[in-house]
Design a binder for this molecule. Structure first.
Ligand code: SF4
Length: 377
């Protein structure tokens, strides 16, 4: 069966943009180690425009690449593409602070098992690049991202399946959750003709058969209300500290990223483009704040930059009706009360998957439109 290819870029299928090739790097759970981050900085500075861009799926992309082979080889050498056949099957999200702060259960092991199971299954390399898996530890943060196949923890032992962004009312033991999510992905490939997401399917008999075989939820949990942005000083359950920050336009200059890598701890990128430096002692966290804040990292959750994002716009994207990033820099001189996403045309790239106001350039000004989020129940 001939299926149209989606246009989502990867490293081996980089997308030609007005400012050079664009390559997106898969980060399961948003996790990048310090060594990997340093390697990505070197690629950005050697082959790209010297910046790292954060995506609304918690991945990283590089722009302006002039040597795809050289960049790809360096990214592979850094261990960022452990299974080349699956490098575009990249959207695996996890509650950002799972096992460190809040949540009903630590799902870090579940995410690793999901990633290795996915990469070990040759048939699942055929999943579209937009397909999203998520594991939510009960707080509702990645549930709100509308996963195609996901779980939300009901307790430390059980999880409810989430399909096409909707809680299914069916549950599985947590130690079977990965098997069920992978089975749902196979079922999507069976039910699919040329759709990219489960929500696009007119009928889904194979998916329904899997859900129908699972027991109904007997102990429904209301996910915690979505918390404030993960920005600033966040004390972990073990007394260590996570420092959360954002950067203007979700775009980290290479030199700033080098300093982030030099802290020497794991870093998580969230779908809200927050950068989480985890497992710091109070003394180290204090030093990091004093060094990185002057370099442009925003640690203040009241900052307008905590509420706004934008697509590439002009000059990087020739489809744009405006230089949206420059216009957004004027916007943040005023208070921003609600989440806003600015885009240069109707394609609306990079939009948050949660409730926000879209501000779209039309060629004769900007139009504002409310975009609803997903109810957590
Ligand atoms: S929304 Fe339009 S202008 Fe913005 S990056 Fe996408 S295609 Fe380009």
């Amino acid at each position: 069966m001939n299926r149209p290819a989606d246009r989502c870029p990867g490293v081996f299928s980089a997308h030609p943009a007005a400012d050079g090739y664009l390559a997106r790097i898969r980060l399961p759970g948003g996790l990048i180690t310090p060594d990997q981050l340093q390697a990505v900085v070197e690629v950005a500075e050697t082959f790209g425009d010297g910046h790292l861009e954060l995506t609304s799926r918690g991945n990283v992309q590089l722009r302006g690449i002039d040597d795809l082979v050289g960049a790809g080889n360096r990214i592979v050498a850094a261990g960022l593409i452990p299974t080349p056949s699956h490098e575009r099957v990249r959207n695996l999200q996890m509650s950002a602070l799972s096992g460190r702060r809040g949540g009903l259960v630590d799902l870090r092991g579940t995410l690793e098992t999901l990633d290795s199971g996915l990469r070990g299954d040759p048939d699942l390399a055929a999943l579209p690049a937009r397909f999203l898996f998520s594991v939510d530890d009960g707080r509702g943060d990645v549930l709100a991202q509308r996963p195609d196949a996901g779980v939300v923890a009901l307790s430390a032992e059980r999880a409810e399946l989430v399909v096409a962004g909707v809680r299914s009312g069916r549950m599985a033991p947590l130690d079977r959750a990965v098997d069920v999510m992978l089975a749902l992905a196979h079922a999507f490939l069976t039910d699919r003709t040329d759709e990219w997401r489960i929500e696009d399917l007119a009928e889904q008999p194979a998916i329904s058969a899997i859900l129908d075989a699972l027991p109904g939820v007997t102990d429904p949990q209301v996910p915690q209300a979505l918390a404030d942005p993960l920005i600033g000083w966040l004390t972990q359950d073990d007394g260590l500290v996570t420092l959360g920050s954002v950067v203007p336009h979700g775009r980290i200059p290479g030199r700033t990223a080098e300093f982030l890598a030099a802290v020497g701890t794991d870093i998580y990128i969230t779908p809200s483009k927050e950068i989480l430096l985890c497992d710091l002692t109070e003394g180290v966290a204090d030093t990091v704040l004093r060094v990185l804040a002057p370099m442009g990292l925003v640690f203040d959750s009241e900052s307008p930059w905590a509420q706004v994002s934008a697509c590439t716009g002009l000059p990087g994207c020739d489809k744009s009706n405006a230089d949206v990033r420059s216009d957004l820099e004027r916007r943040v001189l005023e208070p921003v009360e609600a989440r806003e996403h600015w885009v240069g045309c109707e394609r609306g790239c990079g939009a948050p998957h949660t409730e926000h106001v879209q501000v779209r350039a039309t060629g004769s000004g900007y139009e504002r439109r409310a975009v609803p989020g997903m109810p957590l129940m």
